[in-house]
Design a protein around this ligand. Structure first.
Ligand code: NA7
Length: 532
């Protein structure tokens, strides 16, 4: 890159799928780039979340990179939904295949990023005390990368083993003969509970809010299907990009309330048999109309009652809120697990965990003695990791100050007042509401094209305008109001973190509309950005 007075053209924070592809694209542009990664290896989410049963809830043939047709063709997935170790192998394979490790510094977090207005460089300080500067900074820090460990009274007094699903020991955990508590019933809990129950002497699950989960019907990869997909991968990827979640699915657009009760039942049965997230595509109005949504919710509650033998437990496991409002979970044998004599469900909806003691937990004055506690308590999603870094933009303003009332970003890609910094799948982008890998690739490609444009036109600084950012933030908020998704207390709105501003963070307008907007902005000389 010409006339660069910074150490690097580009520093990338994070070596998950976003950071790895960003490095690959940067090299293609001839940029001097470096990645800092907190973990000891690549893979991001799939590096950290090693809990038993961890698995992707998007089908394997769709949850993969598409930038390299050779990679697409050579990699073989073994199951319909990939287990975590296989996705981590894939990430390692990509790192080797494209020789990415040479420019990744592992075991190093970026702790501070300060923009120097004179040089237009970002000055970075890492956890090992080193400093360096970069013209551009890409935060590829992931959406679910800062774990949430609630501040339970007596947390440190517990004498047994403590684990968080998002920071699982690499050597694995053997629960044989142990009395285990799991706190939480989100996706991580729902995936791990059946596996922990298999091993543990006794498992007690502490549930604050029940979740809807649809069976994965996971199975070995159908080789004929995989071959068919590989023969027409570009067409499948293109179809996926026309759908709001960026996945190749065929939703039924008929409104649920226009179908008869028998038709609805048949449709829900078919979707239940298909399994997974496509369940919400049973009808076109499920996320738009409460009454329609309730027909789907009632169907799933019926399945819970059919599966769980004890009616009181079935009742406790049955959510009464909007289905699909919190992210739908995808499971293998979750509800069945509650038929085991060695599994107990404790409802803490109205009586929270009072405290931890050296021997276990106390709820409503009753002591539960356990040998190990698994915190499946989720993440400070979308903003947590960015806000833990001391980021200072123009005039020394911190990101923390800027985001005091909730995240504000132009396209989820760039923050006004923080020039030359980009976020991959940041708040305000479709990110977590879509298939993450295509969304990551779209962001990285957009950023790479933008950097090439700045390079060609001799721009040293690119900064989104306050007006463009404000307009986008309003649009994100208006889009959220149109959907039932914004109506419940989920991590999408920051409700799981005490004191976090309640703002619906991802963009609900869908992948195609979002991409059109991004492309239009780029085609019009990066409309809404000031270039200098
Ligand atoms: P989630 O979905 O945020 O689930 C966290 C769970 O932990 C959820 O059931 C919470 O109950 C529960 N929780 C959180 N804090 C507490 C306290 N203080 N007391 C009791 N229970 C608590 O995280 P996951 O890791 O399961 O999944 C994250 C995403 O990863 C998922 O959406 C997929 O996209 C993949 P709550 O519902 O807040 O009442």
């Amino acid at each position: 890159m010409s006339e660069n007075n910074c150490d690097f053209d580009l520093v990338i924070v994070g070596a998950g799928f976003a950071g790895m592809y960003m490095l690959h694209r940067a090299r293609g542009l001839g940029l001097k780039a470096k990645v800092f990664e907190a973990g000891s290896g690549v893979g991001g989410t799939w590096y950290w979340n090693r809990y038993p049963g961890a698995r992707c809830d998007v089908e394997s043939m769709q949850y993969s990179y598409q930038f390299s047709p050779e990679l697409e063709q050579e990699w073989e997935w073994s199951e319909r939904y990939s287990p975590q170790p296989e996705i981590l192998n894939y990430a390692n394979h990509v790192a080797d295949r494209f020789d990415l490790r040479a420019d990744i510094q592992f075991d190093t977090s970026v702790e501070r990023a300060i923009f120097d207005e004179g040089s237009s460089c970002w000055n970075l300080t890492t956890s090992d005390g080193e400093t360096c500067s970069a013209r551009y900074c890409v935060m590829a820090t992931g959406c679910l990368s800062s774990t949430n460990l609630p501040d339970f009274e007596g947390l440190d007094s517990f004498k047994g083993d403590k684990y968080h699903t998002g920071q699982w020991p690499h050597e694995g955990v053997d629960f044989t003969g142990k009395r285990v508590a799991v706190i939480g019933t989100g996706s991580s809990a729902i995936q791990s509970i059946p596996h922990i129950a298999e091993q543990a002497e006794h498992l007690t699950v502490f549930q604050r809010t029940p979740n809807y989960t649809i069976p994965a019907h996971n199975r070995a990869m159908d080789q004929a299907y995989a071959a068919k997909v590989k023969a027409e991968y570009p067409a499948m990827r293109a179809r996926a990009k026309t759908m709001p979640p960026g996945m190749d699915i065929t939703p039924n657009m008929q409104p649920a309330l226009e179908a008869t009760a028998e038709e609805r039942q048949a449709q829900y049965e078919a979707k239940w048999a298909e399994g997974g997230i496509p369940f919400m595509g049973a009808f076109g109005d499920l996320m738009l109309n409460d009454e329609a949504n309730n027909t789907a919710a009632a169907f799933v509650r019926g399945k819970i009652r059919e599966t769980v033998e004890d009616p009181a437990i079935a009742e406790l496991l049955s959510p009464d809120n909007v289905i699909g409002c919190k992210r739908l979970c995808v499971d293998s044998d979750y509800y069945d697990t509650y038929n085991r004599p060695d599994v107990t469900l404790v409802d803490i909806a109205n009586d929270p965990i009072e405290r931890l003691t050296p021997d276990g937990l106390v709820v409503k004055g009753e002591a539960y003695e356990v040998d190990a506690i698994v915190f499946a308590t989720g993440f400070d999603a979308m903003t947590g990791t960015l806000l833990r870094i001391d980021i200072r933009g123009l005039g020394g303003r911190t990101l923390k100050e800027k985001w005091e009332e909730g995240p504000k970003s132009y396209l989820g890609l760039s923050m006004a007042g923080f020039p030359n910094m980009f976020t991959v799948t940041g708040p305000g982008s479709p990110s977590v509401l879509t298939n993450m890998l295509p969304s990551i690739e779209q962001h990285v490609d957009w950023i790479a094209d933008c950097l090439a444009y700045c390079q060609e036109n001799g721009h040293k600084q690119i900064n989104s305008s306050q007006q463009a950012e404000d307009d986008w933030v309003s649009h994100v908020s208006e889009s959220a109001d149109l959907s039932l998704r914004s109506t419940c207390s989920s991590w999408y709105v920051g409700a799981n973190i005490p004191g976090k501003p309640r703002v619906f963070m991802p963009y609900l307008g869908g992948f195609p509309m979002y991409v059109e907007r991004c492309n239009d902005i780029a085609a019009n000389g990066y409309k809404g950005f000031a270039l200098s």
